[in-house]
Design a protein around this ligand. Structure first.
Ligand SMILES: [Zn+2]
Ligand SMILES: [Zn+2]
Length: 289
């Protein structure tokens, strides 16, 4: 869940990160994340009333909950939120990038039917936005993040409620694989976190930064392709930083960002996604073994 206190704590913790691009991205995006957290707190609405069958089907990774029942998003409210998030982001950008973002007309991507699709199938909507907005300056770096973060504001209460209902089922389904895709919105997880729990030892969860859901996942399994072949999986990390690792999979070639969390009070998937980008960029430039 977007939580202003945790975001601030994480941003302070990483303010002196060794990688300049990580520091710059944190400076640019922190105000937008904080704005989204504030908007989300103001807009707390009840989650759709999913049936037990729908929850079960999501926990088994068969159908996303939003595809069954999605919250309604009011286009006026959405555009207002997108404007506020864009303004917060522009505050952290240089004049040229800020100007490009200011010129974007978000209403082109957020009429009633587009937002119905966004609530039901966020990935399909973002793909549609990308197609419509092709050629727009700052599309990938700022326009999509603003729209994605705005959608998150409207989905998160539902995702949060859903995650808590799905959790005990996933824990019980010992003979089923856990969902690879987000059980709430169907997106791929952005980051994994391994943390000590009071009752279940060390546990891995996957985090979806699209809707804000999180779910239990197998410790030794690729979060991208799902293989559980132990000899295909390994971790790499910086010598000086054991907290941030990439889970390498020889089967599909992915390098999945995984945080071995030392402080749950500052674990924020959106911030960790930015922090991990440094390690990912470094690893991408290395010859594969
Ligand atoms: Zn999701
Ligand atoms: Zn894999």
């Amino acid at each position: 869940m977007l939580n202003a206190k945790k975001i601030e704590k994480a941003v302070t913790h990483y303010a002196s990160h060794k990688d300049e691009s990580v520091r710059a991205n944190l400076r640019a995006f922190a105000p937008a994340l904080l704005k989204a957290a504030e908007l989300r707190a103001r807009l707390d609405r009840p989650a759709p009333e999913w049936s037990d069958q729908e929850i079960k089907s999501a926990a088994l990774g068969r159908a996303s909950l939003l595809s069954a029942r999605a919250p309604e998003i009011d286009p006026g409210q959405f555009l207002e939120a997108a404007g506020e998030i864009a303004a917060a982001l522009r505050g952290g950008l240089g004049p040229q990038e800020s100007g490009a973002l200011e010129a974007v007309d978000f209403s082109a991507y957020a009429d009633a039917s587009a937002l119905q699709l966004a609530a039901r199938d966020p990935m399909a909507w973002l793909a549609e936005v990308e197609e419509k907005a092709a050629g727009l300056p700052a599309l990938d770096s700022y326009v999509l993040p603003v729209l994605g973060l705005t959608l998150r504001v409207f989905l998160e209460a539902a995702a949060d409620a859903a995650s808590r209902r799905i959790d005990p089922l996933i824990r019980d389904y010992a003979h089923h694989n856990r969902p690879l895709r987000c059980p709430v919105c169907g997106s791929e997880a952005a980051v994994a976190c391994v943390a000590e729990t009071q009752s279940n030892g060390s546990v891995k969860r996957l985090y979806c930064t699209c809707c804000g859901a999180d779910w239990l996942f197998e410790r030794i399994r690729c979060a991208h392709c799902g293989t559980q072949v132990v000899s295909d999986l390994s971790y790499v990390h910086d010598e000086a930083d054991e907290e941030h690792r990439l889970h390498l999979c020889r089967h599909c070639g992915s390098a999945f960002p995984t945080v071995f969390s030392k402080d749950s009070e500052r674990f924020t998937p959106e911030v960790e996604e930015i922090v991990m980008s440094g390690l990912e960029a470094f690893y991408a430039g290395q010859p594969r073994r």
